[in-house]
Design a protein. Structure first.
Length: 302
């Protein structure tokens, strides 16, 4: 993330297009907003997903059209490039955009001008364009989903947003931010803090949906805690499926239990009481299991 933030600061002041890539839910839109704020551009940021558009609709959305451009085109339509003005235009899910449309966009980025569909009038591109995609540009190019010329022309200004599993230290901060947003999202005033155990639990969780999933987990817990009139969000308010690899089974696989115990101790800073609570066992049972593990390793060593 330090590298990603550093690149954002380096690229933000320029008018050069930027590629942001990362798994779904990692925060690409949030990062685009961050770059836009750093750029101090006078306009706003417009985010639009181009993933499900047909080539004709994509061209129409991007460039707009004049009356008579199509059979049903009775009035002028302003495209996204014009609507963004001097702000920033984020084109999300770019890897799903037709290659023919990518080529037209490449020409626009190279020349800095475009024409609405059906018009001979040449207009200047005033906005900054950010392309967001779910995989690395080289991988998409190999799959035939990203135009080679676009990759080689603008791929140098690329920022990778790592998945949440590579930045677990951020989970408590992201969870706190999500909790602060809950009153506005729900229209309900509820708990304003987590228990220490709950934050440890969240930090140990599995989030294949990345930041977006974490935010959903916090929102669900907020509503449950509010319904139960709880003073804070606690372990009982979070779904068990978030932490499958953190479960301890009394008669389960020994190696899986060992990993779970080590992870619990790591998440709690070596506090046995808190680690046992995370695993849902008593402190005595936790210590007994650790003693049995030590005895087995010593026996193997002999």
């Amino acid at each position: 993330m330090i590298e990603a933030i550093s690149r954002a600061h380096a690229f933000a002041p320029a008018a050069t297009p930027v590629i942001i890539h990362g798994e779904s839910g990692t925060g690409k839109t949030f990062f685009a907003e961050y770059i836009h704020r750093l750029s101090q551009r006078l306009g706003s940021l417009i985010a639009f997903s181009v993933g499900m558009l047909t080539p004709q609709l994509a061209v129409d959305e991007l460039f707009g059209h004049v009356p008579g451009a199509y059979t049903d085109a009775r009035r002028m339509r302003t495209g996204l490039i014009a609507t963004a003005g001097v702000g920033t235009l984020l084109l999300d899910d770019f890897q799903n955009l037709d290659l023919g449309v990518q080529k037209q966009l490449l020409q626009v980025l190279d020349r800095g001008t475009y024409s609405p569909v059906g018009s001979d009038r040449v207009l200047a591109v005033a906005c900054r364009i950010i392309l967001a995609m779910t995989e690395e540009p080289d991988a998409l190019m190999t799959k035939g989903l990203l135009l080679k010329d676009l990759r080689y022309r603008f791929g140098a200004c690329a920022i990778r947003i790592p998945p949440l599993r590579e930045r677990r230290a951020e989970i408590p901060v992201l969870a706190e931010r999500a909790l602060r947003r809950c009153p506005q999202q729900t229209g309900l005033e509820g708990p304003t803090r987590f228990s220490d155990t709950a934050l440890n639990l969240l930090s140990a969780g599995e989030y294949p949906g990345n930041v977006r999933q974490l935010e959903g987990v916090v929102l669900r817990a907020y509503l449950l805690a509010k319904h139960q009139c709880a003073a804070k969000l606690d372990v009982a308010h979070f779904p068990s499926e978030v932490i499958p690899s953190f479960r301890y089974k009394r008669r389960g696989d020994r190696e899986e239990n060992r990993v779970a115990m080590e992870r619990a101790l790591g998440m709690t800073g070596g506090n046995v009481t808190k680690a046992a609570r995370l695993l849902g066992v008593s402190r005595n049972a936790f210590n007994a299991a650790r003693a049995n593990q030590v005895a087995r390793y010593r026996e193997k060593a002999r």
